[in-house]
Design a protein around this ligand. Structure first.
Ligand SMILES: Nc1ncnc2c1ncn2[C@@H]1O[C@H](COP(=O)(O)OP(=O)(O)OP(=O)(O)O)[C@@H](O)[C@H]1O
Ligand SMILES: [Mg+2]
Length: 506
């Protein structure tokens, strides 16, 4: 069978880096082809060449017998290729219909004049939403949709263009487990319709469920292509990381030993908007405390209240027996608490700073406070620290003066994590820290979290990834509707128990 598309000998060089080195890759009709590799391996770059964003330095693309040396975005679309980016690209202010037909409105002639044919677009959009099982009206505004619904709209958009090949670059990084199940149903349907799907993900537990073939890249080079039946997940990891990866980082101390010294306390926290109601919990020395819950449970809202970025009507927090004045983020940071936010695009980093500036920023705030004069910051040790982090987290960059927006998605996230780990904070709250991070680096982040906890720091991890909570947290708080439902120790916690507690209504 002839592939829908074949990429041959693709090389892509950016100034100072070979992102892809003579890569070959193909997609068949009716298959999900998983593209796997560490952060910065070249996955997104290869797909951007297919979607016409980048011109390959060398190589060719063959679509239905036609050979191209490069594709423009328009040629790519006309040849049936559609890409759903790591960061979705819908316009929030517009309706579903407008987003689906953006840039390619259907027109009709009325009395010799060209008019936009809303009726046809409405009916077509309605048909697409039905086909994809999305219970929404074409006129609904995109800003009202959940992330998974937005993803389905992106797929509708692809289908409206008659896409034959749909590229999904980390589609599930922000989805809950039920939403992932829904997306997979849609993907299976697309397969039955003969579409070819390229699927990129760092969630290793998904791959066997959805893939037909796997291609692994490493540092821009081809490692291998296998059918899903002939390879186990642990071998995929070995192919991409080059070694086996440890995934359990629980405390080695006994529960009784851990419960000796209370180092953080939250008392009766209630938000003014009541998204969090009367929440109290403790953290003991040497413990990593996890927060599980469904999306919308209020975990991020709780962390905002603790950090001082959301108004509260009651509540106090104590760090190492000292009451913390958390009236705003600036004050909270100064007293030693850091928050790694869930949404890196909006709040995680400073776009026009380079890697080094991003990494040392938090420390600069603290130093400038202690030194009394803003601006007068001692940068002498910064470079060594940044270089150490680059090494530790395997941050792929040309040098630390490179702008952060040029890094691959996962490497941007690593810079942000490094920023907080470097901040010498006494307490760190990580909200979905490993989104988009490859399996090898994930394990390194868990190891460092555990080490920080062992060194007496207070560590909270909010995560929607059950395997991650179970492998790192000594206790897991299950959160729902702005309240604590239950707290499970690592011994008693299972995915089923967490889910059932998270889903109970009060
Ligand atoms: N516009 C650019 N300018 C310079 N270098 C770039 C650019 N885009 C990508 N790169 C580099 O190319 C390499 C591959 O990046 P790419 O985004 O393809 O990685 P990826 O496999 O998608 O990683 P991730 O899993 O983190 O998303 C990286 O070293 C990256 O820094
Ligand atoms: Mg990428």
């Amino acid at each position: 069978m002839q592939p829908l598309v074949e990429m041959k000998g693709i090389t892509k060089r950016f100034p100072g880096v070979t992102a892809l080195d003579t890569i070959s890759f193909s997609v068949m009709a009716g298959e999900v082809h998983i593209l796997l590799g560490e952060n910065g391996a070249g996955k997104s770059t290869l797909m951007k060449i297919l979607s016409g964003v980048y011109e390959p330095t060398e190589g060719s693309i063959i679509i239905e017998g036609k050979t191209f040396n490069r594709l423009s975005p328009k040629e790519s679309t006309l040849n049936g290729i559609s890409i759903i980016y790591q960061e979705l690209s819908l316009v929030n202010e517009l309706s579903i219909l407008e987003n689906v037909y953006i840039g390619k409105l259907i027109e009709k002639k009325v009395l010799g004049f060209k008019m936009v044919d809303y009726n046809t677009m409405f009916l077509k959009t309605k048909g697409l939403l039905k086909r994809l099982g999305l219970r929404r009206k074409p006129s609904d505004k995109v800003s009202d949709l959940s992330i998974s619904e937005k993803q389905i709209v992106e797929i509708a958009k692809a289908l409206a263009f008659n896409a034959k090949i749909i590229i999904m670059d980390e589609p599930t990084s922000s989805l809950t487990s039920e939403e992932v199940t829904r997306l997979f149903q849609v993907v299976r349907q697309l397969k039955r319709e003969g579409k070819g799907i390229v699927y990129i993900s760092h969630k290793m537990d998904e791959l066997k469920k959805i893939g037909d073939r796997v291609t692994v890249l490493k540092d821009g080079c081809f490692v291998g292509t296998k059918t899903i039946e002939e390879i186990e997940v642990k071998d995929m990891i070995k192919m991409m990381v080059g070694r086996e990866v440890n995934s359990r980082y629980l405390s080695t101390k006994s529960e009784e030993d851990i419960r000796k010294n209370k180092i953080f306390q939250a008392k009766n926290i209630t938000r003014k908007d009541r998204k969090v109601v009367d929440v109290s919990f403790d953290i003991y020395e040497g413990e990593v405390l996890g927060f599980a819950g469904l999306v919308g449970a209020g975990r991020t809202e709780l962390m905002d209240a603790i950090f001082g970025t959301a108004p509260t009507s009651s509540g106090e927090i104590f760090l190492k027996h000292k009451k913390i004045n958390n009236k705003n983020a600036y004050s909270t940071i100064k007293q030693g608490i850091g928050l790694l936010t869930e949404n890196r695009r909006e709040t995680g980093f400073f776009h026009n700073f380079n890697i080094e500036q991003n990494t040392t920023f938090i420390d600069s705030i603290k130093k400038s406070f202690l030194g009394g004069i803003g601006g007068l910051v001692n940068h002498k040790n910064d470079n060594a620290m940044v270089l150490k982090q680059k090494e530790q987290f395997n941050i792929k960059c040309r040098d630390v003066k490179q702008n952060i927006t040029e890094l691959s998605g996962g490497n941007q996230q690593k810079v942000i994590i490094g920023k907080w780990m470097a901040s010498k904070a006494e307490m760190l709250i990580f909200d979905e820290p490993t989104k988009g991070i490859d399996v090898g680096t994930k394990s390194e982040i868990y190891r460092i979290m555990r080490q920080l906890a062992n060194d007496g720091k207070v560590i909270i991890m909010v995560s929607s990834e059950m395997p991650e909570l179970l492998s790192v947290c000594d206790r897991i708080v299950v959160f729902s509707q702005g309240r604590i439902k239950t707290v499970l120790s690592s011994k008693e916690a299972t995915e089923e128990k967490i889910l059932s507690a998270a889903a109970t209504q009060s």
